[in-house]
Design a protein around this ligand. Sequence first.
Ligand SMILES: Cc1cc2nc3c(=O)[nH]c(=O)nc-3n(C[C@H](O)[C@H](O)[C@H](O)COP(=O)(O)O)c2cc1C
Ligand SMILES: O=C(O)C(=O)c1ccccc1
Length: 358
Amino acid sequence: MIRTTHMEVFNLRDFEDVAREKLDPVYYDYFASGAQDEVTLAANEAAFRRLALVPRILRGHGPPRLAGSVLGCESSMPVLLAPTAFHRLAWPSEGEAATARAAREAGVIMIAAMLSTITIEEIAAAGGTLWFQLYIQPDLGFTESLVRRAEAAGCRALVVTVDSPALGRNERGDRNDFHDLPPGIFCANMRGSGRSDGRNDGHVRQVSLSPEISWRHVEWLRGVTRLPILLKGVLHPADAAQAVSCGVDGLIVSNHGGRQLDTTPATIDRLPVIADAVGGQVPLLLDGGVRRGTDVVKALALGASAVALGRPVLWGLAGGGADGVAQVLSLLRRELENALTLCGADSPGALTKDQVVG
Ligand SMILES: Cc1cc2nc3c(=O)[nH]c(=O)nc-3n(C[C@H](O)[C@H](O)[C@H](O)COP(=O)(O)O)c2cc1C
Ligand SMILES: O=C(O)C(=O)c1ccccc1
């Protein structure tokens, strides 16, 4: 158990308090914040609270089975690590290597962020099953080189983030004047892109979040790799349908944890319409505000194959490196097992959407 002088952790939210104590307040704000008024940030968790779970009774089964697979990758539970940037701000010595080790030991999939602070090759050396998150760069030669590196490192899917034609307006970051990484920490995968001197190579300014990116780029990507492609940041059912027509293999219903367009709806409130549009043709994942086993159950019942966790992983990492992340995952696993049992479900697949009521 991670304990600080006066804090014990019993659930994922407790980890945020531990992290807040340990982190530089500027980095805490970077991790915790959402865009502008943080309406969406709050809405994600509030929507889970608003939804009620209806248990089924007397089903007479053993402990629920949590293990399954997503796009051909085994996972010990239907929970992935969402891609988050800059893990060395939370755990300077190892960064993403610590996160990857914890994910491997827990038997879950880590979606490694393109903006990691160690390279994808270094993450792969520490990790189990990895997927690679990509911001398609207008320099397609560079983008293709990242795809080839992810393939060579053994990543099993590409997650293309599509909610970022620009960076969201982060006012906590502005107030803290946090716009650059501190000396010695870089966007390790970005080195060699752009024209920067060797010393500052891997600078955040080399990253392009561009409004030029379009469906043509997704079609281009479909032609350059055989890896499964997921789009992350889908909120409109028409976009979900178009993605399936484009040959996309999976979708992540996400509003980037409320960090991009503020006032977008809570992800759990969009899941039913997206599930209807996709009609089971590709797996759906969801992230944003998942903090409890009951949140996972609600997403699974409404049509998600799995969920992804963003900030709680960063709080675990800041609290205790790989051990902290391991504890976050094990707390959530126990909660999920308990919630499924109380719902009368012997596996995620046994849940039905009528078990969630508004
Ligand atoms: C500090 C931080 C950095 C993030 N960096 C990325 C990123 O580089 N790429 C990406 O696609 N999403 C990024 N995200 C969004 C997460 O993948 C995910 O959508 C979100 O955190 C889920 O919400 P949650 O934090 O409430 O679990 C980031 C989120 C946070 C909090
Ligand atoms: O912070 C983020 O959510 C994120 O995705 C990002 C995007 C560009 C630069 C740094 C982080």
